[in-house]
Design a protein around this ligand. Sequence first.
Ligand code: C2O
Ligand code: CU
Ligand code: CU
Length: 542
Amino acid sequence: MSDATDLSRRRLLQCLGLSAAAMAVAPEWLLAAVEQGSQERPRQTEPDIELRITALITELPILSSDRPTKVWKFSGELIKGPAGTVEAIPDSYLGPVLRLRQGQKVRIRFHNKLPEDCVIHQHGMLVPEKADGHPRHQIGSGQTSVYEYTVLDRAGTYWFHPHTDKRTAEQVYYGMAGLILVTDTEEQSLDLPRDEFDVPLVIQDRSFDDRNQFRYVEHMHDRWMGFLGDRVLVNGKPNFVLPAATRAYRLRILNGSNSRIYKLMWSDGSPLTVIGTDGGLLKSPVIRNYVMLAPAERVDIWADFRGRKVGEEIALRSAAFSGVMPMMGMGGGMMGGGGGGMMGMRRGMRGGMMGRMGAALPHGSEYTILTIRIVREERGQLALPRRLSRIERYRPQDAANTRAPRSIHLSMRGMSPRLNGRSFELTKVVEEEMIPLNTLQVLEFVNRDHRDRGMMMAHPMHIHGQSFQVLKRELAPGFEQRYASVSQGFVDDGWKDTVLVMPGEKVTILKRFDHYTGLYLYHCHNLEHEELDMMRNFLVQA
Ligand code: C2O
Ligand code: CU
Ligand code: CU
C-alpha cells in the first residue's frame, strides 16, 4: 500500500501551485488516474446505479418561512438506475434517501461546492477503502471525486455523512446527512409495510439563535461532553407529526444527533416492537418497554395502529434517564434517575460551568420526539412476521484471537477523549490495530478509566466495515445505579455497527474483517468526541 494519501498528495499538488480551481477543471479521468495510485482493484465496469451528490450551502425554512435557516446539505440526482433510487425529502436539509439493492454496482460522482474540504462516508456499509470516506480521501472546495462499490450489505437502514478531518461534527450539525435503505431478496420475501408505510425518521437535536440560524458549540465543554441542541427535529422539521392510518407501519429510526442519546418510549406506555437494528432485520421481533438509541444507531419499529380511533394521537417520547454524562460538579444523589434527579441536576448546573449546556433540554430529560396522528381508517391486515431473517451467531471459539481480545480502553483525560490513550493519526496504526484479512476477531470496548472517574461518560462506539455482533455486556461493581435507568434498553440481538458503552461497562463484540484490505476507522460517534480525535484506524491486511 502506498503511504502517499490523497490528502497529502493534494497538499503536494497545492504546494506545486495547482490550486483547488485548477483541480476543479481537471477532467475526471485525470482525478481517477491520480486516485488509482493506491488502488489495487481494477475499476469496476458499468455500474447499475450512477448518481451525483453535491455538497452545497443553501437556505431553507425550518422554523418559519420568512426567516429561513442557512444549511449545509447533500443534494442528489440520479444519472442512471431505477426511478426512486434517489428520493429527496421535501424542504429538508437532509440529503436524499438512496434506495439500493444488494448486489448492485454503484457509482457516486461527488461534487464539493462547500467552501471547505469534504468527503462522504457510507455508515454501516462494507465498501472498498477508497469508497469508505476516510478523511485522507477528502477533497477540497470545487473538487470532484468518484466512489464505486458493490452493495454487499444485507437489507437495512444505513446512512451517509461527511468524515472530514476535524470538521465532521460541524458539517453534520449544519445538515449534512442522508439515509441509504438497502433491500435484498430475504427482506422482499417478507410481508412488511412498504412504500408510504415504511417511514424513515431521522432524529436530531439543534439549537437556533433569534434569527433562526443554527447555533453550534459556544463553549469548550460543548465540545468535550458533546453538543446538545435545545429542540428536537425529525427529518429536519420541528414539531413533527406523522399522519397515519389504522394499520401497521415500519418506522426506521436513525439517531442522527451529534451527541444526544434517546430513550424511546410510546407515550401511552405500550411496549415497542423492535424488528431491526443497525445492520437490518432481527431474527425475530423483540418487545421492549423502552429502547436506548445512541448517536448513529438505528432501530426498526413495527408500529401497529389497528384499533385506534381517527383523531387519536400517540407520541414517541424520550423518557427520563441518567448516568450517561460526567458526574463532576454534581452530588452523587443527583444520579438517582427519574424526574427528581433531573431537577436537582438543573439546579446544580445553573451558573456553573455547565450552566448553558442544553439548558432547555438536558440530556436524559423527558420530551416528545414526534407525534403520530391517526387520520384515516384502513382495513390493513398485515401481521407481524414471527421470523424476520436468518442470522447466524458468531461463536467466540471461532475467532482468530479467542483468548486475547483486542481491548479498546475509552478514556477522558483532561479535555481529551482517547482510545487506548491515543488520539487520531491520519494513517498511523500500531501493532494491535493490524488485523489479518478474512478473520473473525473478538474486540472489547472498556469504559472503566478509574483514574478519572468523575469524567466517565457513555460513548457510542462505531467501527467501519462489516456489521458486528454483541457477545456480552459486563458492568463493573459500583456502577449499578448509573446503569439502572438504561439497562433494559439495549437491543443487541442482531447486527450492529455502533454500540453504546456506558460508564463501568465492558462490551465484547465479534466482528469479521472480510473482502477488503486497507485502513478502516473506529471511533466514538459522539461527533464532538470524534472531532477531538477519539478515533483510530484499523489496518486490514492480507
Ligand atoms: Cu458514522 Cu466513521 O462514521
Ligand atoms: Cu461509519
Ligand atoms: Cu465519546
